[in-house]
Design a protein around this ligand. Structure first.
Ligand code: SAH
Length: 455
C-alpha cells in the first residue's frame, strides 16, 4: 500500500514542537500528521530528520535546534535521551514538574473532570542519583561484554557507566560486576537465538542501610567459574547478598522463577519513616526512597487516621504503607499477589512490632470480594495498583464495603482518571487537590495521591 504520509524517510523538515507525549517525546505536525521527536521541547523550532514513517505517524530526530526553549538545559549525554533511562534530562527540573502536573490536568479535562484541582508536583531537591534499584542488560558489542541500557523501542544496547538517575554507588557496583564477568569470559546473552549465559544484572541498595543485593540473571543454571565470580562479587564493599536467578525463556520478562542464594543473605534491609524493612529479590520496593517517604506521609495524612480505624492496603507489596499506617490505626489488612513480598511483609510486621496487621497472598480482584462477603467494614481503603489501575471488581467490592475514604496512590494518571470516574458513578467524590509526587525525575512517569470520599 502506498503511504499517504506527507513526510519521507531521511528527509529534513523544519517544524515547531507543539506538545509533549506521555513518553516525553516532542510532537510536531505537518499537514496534521504527527511526528514524534525525542530530545525536543514544546515551543521549539527545529530541523528534524525523519527516521521512520508509519501509517498514521512518524519518528524524527533533532538535526538542529533553530529556536531554543527557555526550558532546555544543556544535554548531559545523548545516551540518556536515546535510551529510556532519562528521556526528560534535556528539560529543566521546574518544567518537568509542571509537565507532570499538566499531564494529570489534561487527562481530567478530557474526561470532563476539569473541576478537580491538581496541586503543584512535589519535587526533589537533587533530582539525580535517586534510584535504589537497577536492572541492567548485559550484551556483547564488538566482542566485548558491555552493560548499559537499551535504545528506545529497541534492544540495541548503549554502553553506559554513569546512569545519572541511579544511586552512584549502584553504578560503581555494576562496573565492578561487569569487570568480574569480563575477567572470566562469561558469554553475554544473545536474544535472537536464546543463547549465551549472563542476561542481566540486578542491583538494589538500601539508601539508609547501605546494604547491597546483586542478582545475576542467567539463562543457564551452570555458569563457568561461578564460585570465583561469587567470591569476587561478595567482596565488593556493601554487598550482603549475592543471588543467581535463572531465566531459561526467550522473553522480555527479566527474571525467571528459579533463585539460589550464592553468598550471604537472601534479603537486604532498608528503613522508611523510621521502620525497618526486609526486601527480597522478587519483591516490589519503591525506587526513590527520598520521595517515597513524602508519598507515604501524604497518604497517611490524607487517610485521616485517629487510631480507631480499620484499614485495607490493597497491593501491599512488602507492607510498607500498611506498617506506616498501623501505627495510627486499629487494624490494617494487606493483600498482595507476590508470595515472597507477603512473606517479607509478615516478617516486617513482626520486626516492627505491628501485631495489628494481617497480610494475605492473593489477587486484589478476588480478595476484596472475599472480604466484602465476610462483612469486613474498613474505614479507609488504600490502593496502590500497578499501571493498569483498578479492575472494576476491585472498585465494586471497595464501594460495597462503604469505607469513608479511599486513598488512591497512582503511578499512571490515565488509569487514575478512568478510576476516579468509575468511583464517581458510585458516589465517591474528590474534594481535595490531587497531589503529584515526583518519584521518577528525568523520566515522564507521574505518581500521585488522590482522596475519594463517600458523598
Ligand atoms: N504499596 C506497595 C506496593 C505497590 S506496587 C509499595 O508502596 O511498596 C503494586 C503491587 O501490586 C506490587 O507489589 C505487585 O506485586 C502487586 N500486584 C500486582 N497485581 C496485583 C493483583 N492483581 N492483586 C494483588 N496485588 C497485585
Amino acid at each position: 500500500m502506498k503511504s499517504t504520509a506527507p513526510v519521507e524517510k531521511n528527509l529534513v523538515y523544519t517544524v515547531e514542537i507543539e506538545d509533549l507525549t506521555y513518553q516525553g517525546m516532542g510532537v510536531a505536525k505537518i499537514e496534521h500528521f504527527p511526528i514524534f521527536i525525542a530530545d525536543s521541547i514544546p515551543g521549539e523550532k527545529i530541523e528534524t530528520k525523519i527516521i521512520k514513517v508509519q501509517k498514521n505517524f512518524a519518528f524524527g530526530r533533532v538535526e538542529k535546534v533553530l529556536e531554543e526553549s527557555p526550558d532546555r538545559v544543556e544535554s548531559n549525554d545523548a545516551a540518556y535521551t536515546q535510551t529510556g533511562i532519562a528521556p526528560l534530562q534535556h528539560i529543566t527540573y521546574d518544567a518537568q514538574l509542571k509537565f507532570k502536573q499538566n499531564q494529570i490536568k489534561n487527562l481530567l479535562k478530557k474526561s470532563h473532570l476539569e473541576d478537580l484541582e491538581v496541586a503543584d508536583t512535589v519535587g526533589m531537591e537533587n533530582p539525580t542519583g535517586y534510584r535504589n534499584k537497577a536492572q541492567i542488560p548485559v550484551r556483547k558489542i564488538k566482542g566485548k561484554l558491555q552493560t548499559g541500557f537499551f535504545k528506545r523501542n529497541s534492544h540495541d544496547l548503549v554502553p553506559i557507566e554513569d546512569f545519572y538517575i541511579q544511586d552512584p554507588v549502584i553504578d560503581k557496583v555494576i562496573v565492578e560486576v561487569r569487570d568480574i564477568l569480563r575477567e572470566f569470559y562469561i558469554d553475554p546473552y544473545r536474544e535472537a537465538e536464546n543463547k549465551g549465559i549472563i542476561r542481566n544484572i540486578m542491583v538494589r541498595r538500601g539508601r539508609r542501610s547501605g546494604q547491597i543485593m546483586v542478582v545475576l540473571i542467567t539463562r543457564t543454571k551452570d555458569v563457568p567459574h561461578l564460585a570465583e565470580i561469587t567470591e569476587a562479587i561478595a567482596a565488593i564493599d556493601g554487598v550482603v547478598s549475592v543471588i543467581q536467578n535463572i531465566n531459561y525463556k526467550q522473553t522480555n520478562v527479566i527474571m525467571g522463577d528459579e533463585d539460589r542464594v550464592l553468598a550471604g543473605e537472601s534479603v537486604i534491609h532498608d528503613e522508611l519513616l523510621g521502620l525497618d524493612f526486609i526486601i527480597s529479590a522478587h519483591s516490589f520496593y519503591q525506587v526513590n526512597p527520598i520521595q517515597t517517604e513524602k508519598l507515604y506521609q501524604l497518604a497517611i495524612d490524607k487517610a485521616g487516621l485517629t487510631g480507631e480505624e480499620t484499614v485495607i492496603d490493597v497491593y501491599s507489596g512488602i507492607g510498607t504503607i500498611s506498617l506506616a499506617m498501623a501505627k495510627a490505626a486499629k487494624k490494617v489488612y494487606g493483600v498482595e499477589i507476590v508470595k515472597e513480598a507477603v512473606q517479607d511483609a509478615k516478617i516486617n510486621a513482626f520486626q516492627n512490632n505491628a501485631s495489628n496487621t494481617e497480610f494475605v497472598v492473593g489477587k486484589a480482584e478476588e480478595q476484596m470480594q472475599k472480604w466484602q462477603e465476610d462483612g469486613l467494614k474498613p474505614d479507609v481503603v488504600v490502593v496502590d495498583p500497578p499501571r493498569k489501575g483498578l479492575d472494576q471488581s476491585v472498585i465494586d467490592a471497595t464501594v460495597g464495603m462503604k469505607p469513608k475514604r479511599v486513598v488512591y496512590v497512582s503511578c499512571n494518571p490515565a488509569t487514575l482518571v478512568r478510576d476516579i470516574d468509575r468511583f464517581g458513578e458510585q458516589g465517591y467524590v474528590v474534594n481535595q487537590p490531587i497531589v503529584p509526587v515526583d518519584q521518577f525525575p528525568q523520566t515522564p512517569h507521574v505518581e500521585s495521591v488522590t482522596v475519594l470520599e463517600r458523598a
